[in-house]
Write a protein that binds this ligand. Structure first.
Ligand code: P1T
Length: 380
């Protein structure tokens, strides 16, 4: 089955009791058993729920994986992966990451004796030379949040295989419409389903997708034992969002292309990050592993201090100043003080997350209105 058909149908069947075409919201915490242990596959909704199961099967299909797990947030999904580790283990990860990922690594799991090594994952030699006999996990975000660096998923997969290290790709920025890391050698894909997958800024959710059954069972154990699983209403909304993922992603990419072209030569823009430009350092990798360049753009404002950056960020009429991304509406974010505020200044500035950087999540409104909004804000 092709992508659009999977987005609409995978994991979903007409309801056997009523014929309802849409998967019902099974708003139940528990399930009747005929005698202890004799049931229809569902015991208690922390571990299993039919609405969530339909969503997980659809997510697995879209990432070309066998197993999907949905979580109450992207961070809960990340937390579940980190629970596979033991004190003394090392994690090799990128130097440009979502601030919450950096925070859970350095402020939560580091206190349990796990070491996090941050390298530029667009540099394959840096990645390979940072592997030690203690490295147990390689965690890659590509494109990165917020400077849109590209990591070669397949090449890092070869390094992970060579040293027998678990390899996870955070595919939030690309979505499965644009890239499928499992096909390129990743062991697992992680998503903040809050973003493009759900797509309507009305649900917080995370997901893991993988092929290995033994690993799935280990993760399912933590998922059920710890309990960071989403309720059926949210699962229903995310399932509904997935049905238009392919249509939305096309529109995000097209609008972003036009906005990137508009901003590239704008006199108020000092630097622009968008992997679709031939002079973006990751352009060739993006062309190789992505089907288009996505809906995210970051810009450095020319001659703007923090005050001027705040002034600009607060003046949009169509764009909304807010954390998050990947919804139908366009958002502007100031990473240094918002999404990446928990990263120390030197660490973020080293990778370009400066005070005058703004991140743009291009929505699917009429692009003329978006460009006009940018024009009025940057123009004066
Ligand atoms: O917000 P949550 O669903 O828990 O997902 C965390 C997360 C993980 N990975 C990436 C690449 C992310 O971008 C996020 C969340 N990011 C934002 C809220 C943001 O505005 O960047």
């Amino acid at each position: 089955m092709k992508f659009a058909t999977k987005a609409i149908h995978a994991g979903q069947h007409a309801d056997p009791t009523t014929g309802a075409v849409m998967t019902p919201i099974y708003q139940t915490s528990t399930y009747k058993q005929a005698s202890p242990g004799e049931h229809k596959g569902y015991e208690y909704s922390r571990g299993t729920n039919p609405t969530r199961k339909a969503l997980e099967d659809c997510l697995a299909a879209l990432e070309n994986g066998k197993f999907g797990l949905a979580f109450s947030s992207g961070m809960a999904a990340t937390d579940t992966v980190l629970r596979l580790l033991k004190p003394g283990d090392e994690v090799l990860t990128g130097d440009d990451l979502y601030g919450g990922s950096y925070r859970i690594f350095t402020k939560v799991y580091a206190q349990y004796g796990i070491k996090f090594v941050f390298v530029d994952t667009s540099d394959l030699e840096a990645v390979e030379s940072a592997v030690t006999d203690k490295t147990k996990l390689i965690w890659v975000e590509t494109p990165t949040n917020p400077t849109l660096k590209l990591a070669d998923i397949e090449a890092i997969g070869k390094i992970a295989k060579k040293y027998a290290v678990l390899y996870v790709v955070d595919n939030t920025f690309a979505s499965p419409y644009l890239q499928n890391p499992l096909d390129l050698g990743a062991d697992m894909v992680m998503h903040s389903a809050t973003k493009y997958l759900n797509g309507h800024s009305d649900v917080v959710m995370g997901a893991l997708i993988l092929n290995d059954e033994a690993l799935y069972k280990q993760l399912w154990f933590f998922y059920n034992a710890v309990g960071g699983t989403p309720g059926p209403q949210d699962a229903f909304l995310a399932l509904r969002g997935l049905k238009t993922l392919h249509v939305r992603m096309k529109a995000h990419c097209e609008n972003a292309r036009q906005i990137a072209e508009f901003l590239k030569t704008h006199p108020k823009i000092e630097k622009i990050y968008w992997p679709g430009f031939a002079d973006h350092p990751g352009h060739d990798v993006a062309k190789k592993q992505m089907r288009d360049f996505g809906g995210m753009i970051s810009v450095v404002l020319k001659d703007a201090d923090l005050k001027e950056t705040f002034r600009i960020a607060s003046r949009f009429q169509v764009f909304t100043l807010a954390e998050s991304l990947g919804g139908v509406e366009s958002l502007i974010n100031h990473p240094a003080t918002m999404t990446h505020g928990s990263i120390p200044k030197e660490a973020r500035e080293r990778v370009g997350v400066v005070d005058n950087l703004l991140r743009i999540s291009v929505g699917i409104e009429d692009v003329d209105d978006l460009i006009e909004d940018l024009n009025q804000v940057l123009g004066d």
